[in-house]
Write a protein that binds this ligand. Structure first.
Ligand SMILES: [Ca+2]
Ligand SMILES: [Ca+2]
Length: 215
């Protein structure tokens, strides 16, 4: 009996944790090499290396493709909001949405809550830039008034007034930024930014949200 219990427990734990590599389709890089001309007090150490494979639970799927997008700026300067979830991730002109200056957000509606296992963001990748005050929040409330979980925040000095973030700023590259929601459950994902090192405007090429159904 004791032996049986000892065998069963590890097996169950193994099944619950069964993982596979997240498969991504990445756009072509638009610049090569490690940019050294960007100075920022909260910038991560630049290694120039590509991201290692990221493990997600077996069965994780892309949930955000063609899902509706809302924004604090519903009339973008360039492009349309639906370009943020259209699956096109190239870096050149015609692929990015440009939102107005200062603090702006966009949010993706997955239609219902899912358990989320990976989120990728491409703000802009035809030139090395750092976007300011990148904050990613999850909620089941479309207005983000209740049940808000913050899963990424690199606003180290609280410019955006959503709290001090402990994450580092980063340079945009073609592989996008992967944020780990660690299985958090939510229907809506909201993304803040506050200009960038080139100008005061806010840009998105694509957002991808990956997850599994909630049983
Ligand atoms: Ca796109
Ligand atoms: Ca800040």
């Amino acid at each position: 009996m004791l032996l049986l219990a000892a065998l069963l427990v590890p097996l169950a734990a193994q099944q619950a944790a069964e993982k596979e590599v997240l498969k991504l389709q990445l756009p072509k890089p638009m610049f090569i090499g490690t940019p050294t001309n960007i100075k920022s007090p909260n910038l991560e150490v630049i290694t120039g290396k590509s991201r290692p494979p990221f493990m997600v639970p077996v069965g994780t799927k892309l949930l955000s493709l063609k899902k509706p997008v809302r924004s604090s700026d519903m009339q973008p300067v360039i492009g349309e909001l639906d370009m943020i979830t259209d699956g096109e991730k190239e870096g050149g002109d015609g692929y990015f949405v440009e939102l107005g200056p200062g603090k702006q957000w966009v949010q993706v509606d997955l239609g219902k809550p899912y358990a989320l296992h990976a989120i990728l963001v491409w703000h802009y990748h035809s030139q090395a830039r750092v976007y300011r005050d990148v904050i990613v929040q999850l909620s089941d409330d479309k207005d983000f008034l209740k049940g808000v979980q913050t899963i990424f925040n690199n606003d180290h000095d609280n410019t955006s007034g959503l709290g001090i973030g402990k994450d580092k700023e980063y340079i945009e590259v073609a592989e996008g930024r992967l944020i780990d929601p660690k299985g958090a459950k939510a229907r809506f994902a909201r993304f803040y930014s506050n200009g960038n090192t080139t100008n005061d405007l806010n840009h998105y090429v694509e957002i991808e949200v990956y997850g599994t159904p909630i049983s």
